[in-house]
Design a protein around this ligand. Structure first.
Ligand code: SF4
Length: 390
């Protein structure tokens, strides 16, 4: 069964095409070290065998670029590269991949004196000369600070949409139309609202759907379904990823979950899911965890996320958000919006209370310390317990 699609422009990504009524493409991302060519190629092939049309790989430095060239030689799968904040690597990687993903919020980390428009032009030059498509990937945890400053309501989805729209305008003005956009948030309601609003303003642009830091299965799958079900049912979305915190040997579960969501929407089963924009606001304790990527320096991260879920069960009725991130690079920013945040280094785990650092702890020390923080937060009265419905 097919899902009725809204007409968007066609974007070719290697041998794959999205938009213009094409079937929705499920994609995934490698979490292996990019420099481990064997492991990364193996994971790409397993994800493709599970049904992924596009697989993303992250690059951080020159060694990753060299590895990407070797990976390209070993696989035919359509590859997307995640530049994280290293937009300067675009020219080096473009010839090895089919799509470049950049995050508008990350363009401000290096060369702050250079206007972001110049950085995008460089990036687009690289994409065009490498025959690559582009994704403008806006993420709630790293929105362009200039856009954030324009919206006084801290919870507004306005900065995400404004950032995406201004990048689209620039790309259009350059004459580069081979791009799609994503607007990801860890809250499914905000994903629905942001994508609906963007699609109403730019119905021509293909959308990549996803919930960022959805967490571990099954909660991460439920959360993603609540966001993607209503959107896909309305014909919004041309490609999607279900981001799950799972060990490397289970990464294909992201693809299986994505295909299941599509099958359910096509069969009309999504109507039974909550519309995330109007769903019950009374949510209890929530663990937000990243899906991991090549930046993870200690694979205990995935296990730690599961241990935190287990340890915090006693506080399930308290509306507390705990963010668990896999690396030192994005961890500090991506935990800012949570009540408590941890991010993982090679030997230590950093703990935060809101935006305030608490300290650095060993992997064997972090659980009791986090529990202490959670107990203090509950005892402080800052959160109101959610009583079960009568
Ligand atoms: S937080 Fe770090 S490890 Fe996790 S997905 Fe983002 S970049 Fe990768």
């Amino acid at each position: 069964m097919r899902i009725e699609r809204k007409p968007t422009r066609l974007v070719r990504i290697g041998s794959i095409a999205i938009g213009d009524g094409r079937p929705v493409v499920v994609q995934s991302m490698c979490a292996t070290r990019t420099t481990d060519v064997e492991a990364t190629t193996g994971q790409i092939e397993r994800l493709a065998a599970a049904g992924a049309g596009i697989v993303r790989v992250a690059v951080d430095h020159a060694a990753d670029v060299a590895a990407l060239a070797r990976i390209r030689a070993r696989t035919e799968v359509a590859l997307s590269v995640d530049l994280q904040e290293n937009y300067r690597l675009a020219a080096d990687v473009a010839r090895w991949v089919d799509k470049i993903r950049y995050n508008p919020g990350h363009l401000h980390h290096h060369e702050p004196e250079t206007p972001w428009q110049d950085k995008v032009r460089r990036l687009i030059d690289a994409a065009a000369s490498g025959d690559c498509a582009v994704r403008v990937g806006v993420n709630c945890g790293s929105v362009d600070p200039a856009q954030k400053a324009k919206f006084p309501d801290a919870d507004s989805i306005g900065p995400m949409i404004a950032s995406a729209l201004e990048h689209c305008e620039l790309l259009d003005s350059i004459g580069f139309t081979r791009y799609c956009v994503s607007l990801k948030d860890s809250d499914p309601r905000r994903v629905v609202a942001a994508n609906r609003r963007f699609a109403a303003q730019r119905p021509d642009i293909p959308l990549h759907l996803g919930v960022t830091e959805a967490g571990m299965p099954p909660e991460g799958i439920f959360k993603t379904r609540r966001a993607l079900g209503p959107l896909l049912s309305e014909g919004i979305g041309d490609t999607l990823r279900v981001s799950l915190t799972v060990p490397n040997d289970r990464k294909q579960e992201e693809v299986e979950a994505g295909l299941q969501i599509l099958a359910d929407v096509a069969a009309g089963r999504a109507s039974a899911w909550d519309d995330a924009e109007t769903a019950d606001e009374r949510r209890g304790l929530e663990i937000i965890s990243c899906p991991s990527c090549s930046r993870v320096e200690n694979e205990q991260f995935v296990e730690l996320a599961a241990q935190i879920r287990q340890m915090t069960q006693y506080a399930a009725q308290w509306p507390v958000t705990i963010a668990v991130m896999g690396c030192r690079v994005n961890g500090p920013g991506e935990t800012d919006h949570a009540d408590l945040g941890v991010w993982c280094g090679p030997k230590h785990v950093r703990l935060k209370r809101g935006t305030e650092p608490v300290g650095s702890f060993g992997y064997d020390e972090i659980l009791p310390r986090l529990k202490l923080e959670l107990d203090w937060l509950i005892a402080s009265g800052a959160k109101q317990k959610i009583e079960p419905r009568p």
